[in-house]
Ligand binder design. Structure first.
Ligand SMILES: [Zn+2]
Length: 202
């Protein structure tokens, strides 16, 4: 009896081996502290597995709980988050090493690098990352690449407008393996299309 339970527990943990957290997000409340994330996998009496995310700021009293259903949440497909205003910049993004993130209004995409890990951030963190890469591109152009410079500087201006809440935009995250997730407190701004349906559309 004891052995059987132990075996079951081991398999359960193996099934949801949680990826390492490589980036801490800034506190949405005090903006100074870093949010510490505690993850617990829990089995409900009806057999469904859930992931409880506890977020706590190391600087202020900010605390937030998120519950994700593991069986249904981590599916392959495309997430579409519509960011209407500054408030939505705190919506959380969980990107697996296979997740591609695209911001169509700025025509900018982040592809995970070969050694990139699991990224846990929010919309603000994604845009800051995009601005960082766009600035890096600006610095790498030669003096003849006037057109590229012009396009990239326009991209940076758009990204800054998105970051300040002046412009609404979409965050499109595509993951063909199903390790990525967007957790939004406003369900109406988030849409998910599973990969199976996308395939039949084509
Ligand atoms: Zn804080």
């Amino acid at each position: 009896m004891f052995e059987k339970d132990g075996e079951k527990d081991k398999n359960f943990k193996y099934k949801y081996e949680l990826p390492e957290i490589t980036e801490l997000i800034s506190c949405p409340s005090c903006k100074e502290g870093k949010v510490q994330l505690t993850r617990t996998v829990h089995k409900l009496p009806d057999g469904e597995d859930i992931l409880i995310l506890l977020m706590e700021c190391d600087n202020c009293s900010f605390q937030q709980n998120d519950v994700l259903t593991l069986d249904t949440s981590f599916k392959a497909g495309t997430w579409d988050l519509f960011v209407e205003n500054e408030e939505d910049l705190t919506q959380k993004i969980f990107r697996s090493p296979d997740g591609h993130i695209y911001l169509p209004e700025a025509n900018f995409e982040i592809e995970p690098g070969s050694n990139s890990g699991y990224l846990i951030t929010n919309v603000e963190g994604i845009i800051n990352r995009m601005i960082h890469w766009a600035n890096y591109m600006m610095d790498s152009y030669s003096s003849e690449e006037e057109n590229e410079k012009k396009i990239t500087s326009e991209t940076i201006a758009t990204l800054k407008n998105c970051l300040s809440g002046k412009q609404s935009f979409h965050i499109i995250m595509k993951d063909t393996t199903g390790g990525s997730y967007i957790s939004s407190s406003k369900k109406k701004i988030l849409n998910f299309v599973p990969l199976e349906i996308e395939k039949t559309d084509v």
